[in-house]
Design a protein around this ligand. Structure first.
Ligand code: GLN
Ligand code: ZN
Length: 759
C-alpha cells in the first residue's frame, strides 16, 4: 500500500453539489432521499479521486451532511433535551439550524480556521449511548466500491474540550461517561475487517492544555488502543505543534502519530522520542490551510531532515491537516491568469503533490515515470517563476512600506475626542449603524448582470446611487444621527477591497466550507500590495453630498483583510498586513480630504487571527495593532476614527483594544446584557463605545421597551457621554421589513432614555 496519507477531504463537492441539494431540501423542493443520493455520489467520486491520485490512506466518515462534531454528538446520543422528541434528519438539522420551536445549538469557529462546528451541549445527569451506524455504513459504502478506508473520528479529548456543560461544571468530568462509548465503538469497528486503521483527530492537543487535561491522554489512549489487536490507531493533531501531548502519546500503544510540520514546526523537537517509540509518523508536509503549490524541493529537504530521526520506513506523507480548508480544484478556473494559476494548488491538486513527493522521497527520482518527471519539472519551474515574477515584486511598494515611519496619529485620545465633539456636535447616546443596509435581490441581480456585462457600468452605478439615495432618505426620516451609505457597492467586505488592490487574485470556484451549506470564496494575496486609485471615496462622497448630517466612511481594516484572504507564504503575515495598512492610510487621507469627518475601519476578524499558542500572541498583537495604527495614522486629529469588532469577549484583549487607539469602538454585546461591557469600565477605558443594543443575527424586531432596557443596562456600566447607540453588526443579511422598524424602535428608545435623563 502506498504511504500517501490523506487526513481528510472536502465534502461540499467541486460544484458545491452538497450545498445545492441541502438548500433545496430545506426549502422543501426535494426529498431527503435526493440528499442521500447526492451524498453517495459525492463520497464515491471523492474516494475515486483520492484512489486515482495514488492515496494509500483514504478516509471514511470525513463526510458529513452538516458537521463532524454534530455527527459525533449523534454518535454519542448527546442530544439536548429540547430536541429529544425529534428523529432522523429532522432531529439532525434541527440541532444544526433550529426549527420553529427549538433554537439551534451554538456554532463556533474550529480553532483558528473559518470552519464552524456545532458546539455539543453536555450534562452530567444525561446518559449517553453509542450509535455507530453512520460510521459503519460509510465504511461499508466505500468497501462496496472497492475502496478500503481508514475511519476518521473526532477524539474524545477534543470532543469534550470543545463542548459546553449545560449544567455548569467542567466538561472533562464527563470523560468517564464518554470513554466507554469510544471503546464500544472501536469494538464494533473491529468486527468490520481483518485490520482497520482508525484516525482519531485530537487538534486540541495543539493548544496549551492544563495538567488535568494532559493527564487524561495516557489513560484514554491506553484504553482505546487496547480494545482490539486488529485496530491500528493514528492520533492526528494539526494547526500547531503538540509537543506536550506527543511526549505522552509515545508511551501509549497507539500505532501512529500525525503532526503538522508547517504550522507547528516545533514538532521537529519531538522526532527523537517518536523515533525511540517505534511508532509511525504521519508527516504533515503539504499545506492543508493554504492554496500555494507545494515547493517540492523544499518539502523533500524537510522530509530528509525528519528522516534523520525517524527512519524512512516509519514515515507516511500527508497534508498538514484535512483538505477541507482549501478549495476543491483548479480545473474550473477559466478566468485566472495562466501565470498565477501555475502557482496554485487546491485539494485535488494537492493529492498529486503528496503522491509525487512520496515517490521522490521513498523511491528516488529515477523511479519517476514520464508523467511524474514532467510534473516535477513543472513544479520546480512554477516555483522559480513565482519567486522571480514581477507580478509579485513591486520595488516602489517595498520601499514605501519600509520607509513608512508614521506609526501613530497625532494627539492623544482625550484631546482628539474633545476636539471632535466640538466639531461634530453630536449628543450623548448618539445613534448610528455599523455600515451595511440590506443587500436586496435587486442589488444582487444588478451586480451579477454587471459582472456578466449584461448591463453597462452607468446603469449599474445608477442603481447603486438610487440605493444610496433611499438609504440616506430613510435614515434621515428615521432620525438616525450619524449616517452610512449602506455599502451597496460591496459584495463582501474583503473581496471589495481585494478587487481594487494590486497584488490580489480571485478564483471563480474557490469555495471553502464555512459551516453547513455555507461556503466562502476567499481572495488570495500573491504579490506586493498597493492601491492604484481611491477605493471608496466616490461612493462615500456621493452619499455625503445627499445629506447635511454626518456621513460615516466605511473601510475594512488591514488585519481583517489579511485574515479573510489566503495569504502569500513567501513573506511574514505581518509584512503583508503592513502593506495593506499603508494602502489604507492613503484611502483615509483621501476620504478626509473629500470632507468625510468620521471613518470606520472594521476589524471584524481581528480576534480570529490570534495564534493558538500563547507564546505567539505577543508577536501577533504587536504587528496587528501596529498595522491598524498605520492604517489610521493619516487621520487628522479632528477626523474621528471608529472601529467595529464582531464579537464581545474582550477580557483577554482589552489592552490591545486600548492600544489600537480608535476614538470609538462598536462591538457585539446585544445578547449578553451589559456583562461584557464591564471590562471596559474595569480598565478605565476613556474612549467611546457602541455596544450593540440589539442582535441583528435574528429576524426578530426588537421592541422599544426592550431597547430602552438594554440602554439602561449599559448606562449602569458606562456614562452617557461615552456611549454610542447602534445595532450589533451590519444589516446586510437582513430584510428592509426587519431593519426599518428595528431602527425606528432604536431611535425612539434613545429619545425616551434621553428624556428620562434630562428630567
Ligand atoms: N461594515 C460592515 C457591515 O456593516 C461590518 C460587517 C462585519 O463586521 N462583519 O456590513
Ligand atoms: Zn460585525
Amino acid at each position: 500500500m502506498s504511504k500517501n496519507y490523506i487526513v481528510g477531504f472536502p465534502r461540499i463537492g467541486e460544484q458545491r453539489e452538497l450545498k445545492r441539494v441541502l438548500e433545496e431540501f430545506w426549502a422543501k423542493k426535494c426529498s431527503f432521499d435526493d440528499v442521500l443520493e447526492t451524498a453517495h455520489e459525492l463520497k464515491a467520486r471523492h474516494w475515486e479521486y483520492q484512489r486515482d491520485a495514488g492515496a494509500g490512506f483514504i478516509s471514511s466518515n470525513d463526510f458529513s451532511l452538516y458537521d463532524n462534531m454534530l455527527d459525533t454528538s449523534i454518535m454519542l446520543d448527546a442530544i439536548p433535551k429540547r430536541f429529544r422528541h425529534l428523529k432522523n434528519e429532522e432531529l439532525y438539522f434541527a440541532m444544526a439550524r433550529g426549527n420553529e420551536e427549538c433554537v439551534a445549538m451554538e456554532m463556533t469557529k474550529w480553532f483558528n480556521t473559518n470552519y464552524h462546528y456545532i458546539v455539543p451541549e453536555l450534562s452530567l445527569e444525561e446518559s449517553y449511548a453509542l450509535n455507530a451506524s453512520k460510521i459503519i455504513d460509510e465504511y461499508r459504502e466505500a468497501k462496496a466500491l472497492g475502496i478500503q478506508t481508514k475511519i476518521n473520528i473526532i477524539g474524545p479529548i477534543t470532543y469534550l474540550g470543545l463542548s459546553k456543560r449545560v449544567d455548569r461544571g467542567d466538561v472533562y468530568e464527563l470523560w468517564g461517561k464518554i470513554i466507554p462509548l469510544y471503546e464500544e465503538l472501536l469494538k464494533v469497528i473491529s468486527t468490520l475487517d481483518d485490520e482497520i486503521v482508525v484516525q482519531i483527530d485530537e487538534p486540541i492537543f495543539a493548544k496549551e492544555l492544563e495538567m488535568k487535561v494532559l493527564s487524561l491522554i495516557k489513560p484514554t489512549y491506553d484504553r482505546l488502543a487496547r480494545v482490539s489487536p486488529n485496530i491500528k490507531i493514528a492520533v492526528i493533531t494539526y494547526f500547531e505543534h503538540s509537543n506536550e501531548a506527543t511526549k505522552i502519546l509515545v508511551h501509549t500503544p497507539i500505532w501512529a502519530i500525525g503532526l503538522d510540520f508547517l504550522h507547528g514546526d516545533e514538532n521537529l523537537k519531538s522526532l527523537d522520542i517518536i523515533a525511540m517509540s517505534g511508532k509511525k509518523l504521519i508527516a504533515g508536509v503539504v499545506d492543508g490551510r493554504n492554496i500555494w503549490r507545494c515547493n517540492i524541493e523544499k518539502t523533500t529537504h524537510l522530509l530528509e531532515s525528519i528522516s534523520n530521526f525517524v527512519s524512512k520506513e516509519r514515515i507516511l506523507i500527508s497534508s498538514s491537516c484535512s483538505l477541507l480548508h482549501v478549495p476543491f480544484t483548479l480545473k474550473y478556473e477559466e478566468k485566472m491568469s495562466g501565470e498565477i494559476k501555475e502557482w496554485l494548488s487546491f485539494a485535488l491538486e494537492k493529492l498529486y503533490e503528496i503522491s509525487l513527493i512520496s515517490k521522490l522521497f521513498f523511491d528516488g527520482e529515477d523511479s519517476l515515470d514520464e508523467r511524474e518527471k514532467e510534473a516535477l519539472s513543472s513544479n520546480i519551474k512554477a516555483n522559480q517563476n513565482r519567486k522571480n515574477s514581477f507580478l509579485i515584486h513591486d520595488k516602489t511598494v517595498q520601499e514605501r512600506v519600509n520607509k513608512h515611519t508614521k506609526l501613530q496619529r497625532e494627539g492623544d485620545a482625550k484631546e482628539r475626542l474633545t476636539l471632535q465633539k466640538e466639531i461634530l456636535g453630536y449628543s450623548d447616546l448618539v445613534t448610528t449603524t455599523i455600515g451595511s443596509f440590506p443587500q436586496t435581490p435587486q442589488l444582487r441581480c444588478a451586480r451579477s448582470d454587471f459582472k456578466a456585462a449584461l448591463i453597462s457600468k452607468e446603469s449599474y452605478e445608477a442603481e447603486l446611487k438610487k440605493y444610496i439615495d433611499e438609504c440616506v432618505e430613510f435614515q434621515e426620516e428615521c432620525g438616525l444621527e450619524i449616517l452610512v451609505h449602506g455599502e451597496p457597492e460591496r459584495n463582501d467586505m474583503v473581496e471589495y477591497f481585494g478587487e481594487q488592490l494590486s497584488g490580489y487574485g480571485f478564483s471563480q470556484n474557490g469555495w471553502v466550507q464555512s459551516y453547513g451549506s455555507r461556503c466562502v470564496k476567499p481572495p488570495f494575496i500573491y504579490g506586493d500590495i498597493s492601491r492604484p486609485k481611491p477605493m471608496t471615496v466616490e461612493w462615500i462622497a456621493y452619499a455625503q453630498s445627499k445629506t447635511k448630517r454626518i456621513m460615516k466612511g466605511m473601510l475594512t481594516g488591514p488585519v481583517t483583510i489579511l485574515n479573510w484572504s489566503f495569504v502569500r507564504d513567501d513573506m511574514p503575515r505581518g509584512e503583508v498586513s503592513k502593506q495593506i495598512a499603508v494602502a489604507l492610510s492613503d484611502e483615509i487621507d483621501d476620504l478626509q480630504n473629500a470632507g468625510i469627518k468620521i471613518i470606520q475601519v472594521d476589524e471584524a476578524a481581528f480576534k480570529e487571527g490570534y495564534p493558538l499558542r500563547s507564546e505567539k500572541i505577543k508577536a501577533y498583537e504587536a504587528w496587528a495593532t501596529r498595522d491598524f495604527k498605520i492604517a489610521v495614522s493619516s487621520a487628522k486629529k479632528e477626523t474621528q476614527i471608529h472601529t467595529h469588532m464582531c464579537y464581545s469577549e474582550f477580557n483577554d484583549i482589552i489592552n490591545t483594544i486600548e492600544d489600537m487607539d480608535a476614538d470609538v469602538i462598536s462591538i457585539e454585546t446585544a445578547r449578553s446584557g451589559n456583562e461584557l461591557l464591564k471590562i471596559f469600565k474595569k480598565v478605565g477605558y476613556t474612549k467611546e463605545v457602541g455596544p450593540g443594543v440589539y442582535d441583528i443575527h435574528s429576524p426578530r424586531i426588537p421592541s422599544v421597551e426592550e431597547i430602552v432596557k438594554q440602554i439602561e443596562l449599559l448606562l449602569e456600566v458606562l456614562p452617557k457621554e461615552q456611549l454610542w447607540i447602534n445595532p450589533d453588526c451590519g444589516l446586510k443579511t437582513r430584510k428592509w421589513e426587519e431593519v426599518k422598524p428595528s431602527l425606528q424602535n432604536m431611535v425612539e428608545a434613545v429619545r425616551i432614555v434621553r428624556n428620562k435623563l434630562n428630567r
